[in-house]
Write a protein that binds this ligand. Sequence first.
Ligand code: NI
Length: 168
Amino acid sequence: MGDPRLLRVAQPVTRFATPQLAALLQDMRDTMAHLDGAGLAAPQIGVDLRVVIFGGMSNSRYPDAPAVPDTVLINPELVPLSDEEEEGWEGCLSVPGLRGWVPRWRCLRYAGFDEAGRRFERTVEDFHARVVQHECDHLDGVLYPMRIRDFRLFGFTDVLNIPGVADE
Ligand code: NI
């Protein structure tokens, strides 16, 4: 947090199934695994492209989190399916050591492309919807602290002592 590359509106991917895209995704997977994250967006490693990955969390580390499939999502579009919001704890690999209580749309439909350029869409809710919104915010230069409404619910992970919250 504080790096201007996290505050840009990232550029769409225009070419799929390239060695460059494969290398970027490998870098992102390695980074996410090394830092034990639940998701990662390309701007978090300084790359100005609309690419996010998420999912694959183990049940032991995040016992309360329902399974989210391992996903590569490129040039995403998000559409909320109702006005209903849900608040929950979030962390972020770009905001280490902290957690905040963040409102998100509870249900949404998202669409985008996989690394081969195949379009797909999903209708999701709750934790899956939260992860997608967090990651896609990174593509518009938005970090989760910018969405916190009650700053009494923002603090150091080891002081807050919240179980089962992943960094995204
Ligand atoms: Ni994040």
